[in-house]
Design a protein around this ligand. Structure first.
Ligand code: SF4
Length: 67
């Protein structure tokens, strides 16, 4: 049986203010929406995780820096 983690993740992400997307990263350019390192960041953006169709996995960026 496959378990859908997404409702739990969404509830916990909000409750614990979980920071893992570009918007919370020191290397993010909020004006252009791009990564200052030039990394492709579509799957690291918050919009990817709050979209109508939620992804089945979470892709963490190894260079995320909360600063
Ligand atoms: S380093 Fe990673 S998390 Fe930070 S802005 Fe670039 S792609 Fe996003």
């Amino acid at each position: 049986m496959e378990v859908d983690y997404r409702p739990n993740f969404e509830e916990q992400r909000t409750r614990y203010s979980f920071c893992f997307t570009c918007e919370d990263c020191a290397h993010f350019d909020g004006e252009t929406g791009e990564c200052l390192h030039g990394f492709p960041n579509e799957q690291h953006r918050l919009s990817y995780y709050v979209s109508e169709i939620r992804p089945g996995t979470i892709l963490f960026c190894k260079d995320f820096d909360l600063a």
